[in-house]
Design a protein around this ligand. Sequence first.
Ligand code: HEC
Ligand code: HEC
Ligand code: HEC
Length: 164
Amino acid sequence: MYRIRLAVLCLVVVFVFGMALNVAGQNKSDTEEAVEDMVVPMGVIVLEPDPSVEPKRSPVGFHHAKHFKYDCRTCHHKWEGNTKITNCTTSNCHDLLKAPKKPTKYLAYTEDGIKYYKYAYHQTCIGCHKETKAKQKKMEILYKASEKKKIIVPTSCKECHPKE
Ligand code: HEC
Ligand code: HEC
Ligand code: HEC
């Protein structure tokens, strides 16, 4: 039984590797060109919903480069480094414009739930900011750091969606 499984696994590996080689061979110049052309926004990116959505909150000013101490793939989690980075709401990623009927299961978003762009943004952005704040608090207790040194990591609605 074990040997059969191993043999099947080997076949799968050979197959997948073969396909990867094939793709790389065919499109190499295309992808290389695409990566060379990639423009990385360094300033504030304005995040807002698709024009077909009536927004309830103001757009979010997201300072891209202030987040570059993190691995790009913290956010661009589908990026392999050899293709252009596309936006978050491309088809099948986080392109749902409304929450599905059952977005959560066991307190976590389902595969469909996280396709709703708002949940994806809130989970990633607020999730890290809350974690960062908790760490800051711990550090303050440990080192009695002054208020002044504190960096701003917004967690409240108004901090990200300012009142217009
Ligand atoms: C904290 C999250 C985060 C990190 C870290 C991050 N980005 Fe981004 N990036 C974003 C968001 C959000 C957008 C806007 C996406 C959209 O409009 O759908 C974006 C947009 C981009 C775009 C433009 C994509 C387009 O639609 O044309 C590029 C290119 C990009 N990022 C490259 C990078 C690179 C390179 C790094 C690492 C040095 C990086 N990003 C790190 C969140 C992040
Ligand atoms: C992995 C952690 C992480 C993620 C993910 C993240 N942030 Fe941040 N964010 C930070 C940290 C740390 C700071 C403080 C940066 C600084 O001031 O040096 C910050 C600062 C900010 C600020 C205030 C910066 C300023 O002074 O202009 C805004 C607004 C912000 N983030 C929005 C977002 C949005 C929107 C997203 C999701 C697209 C996001 N962040 C995702 C860690 C994160
Ligand atoms: C760390 C930043 C951040 C915080 C904090 C945050 N949001 Fe968001 N929110 C976003 C981003 C980014 C989007 C996606 C871009 C957009 O649609 O504006 C979004 C989208 C939304 C949307 C869907 C778009 C719209 O305007 O109808 C709503 C509603 C919303 N947020 C409400 C809230 C509420 C209510 C809170 C407080 C409980 C909150 N947000 C806190 C970043 C944040």
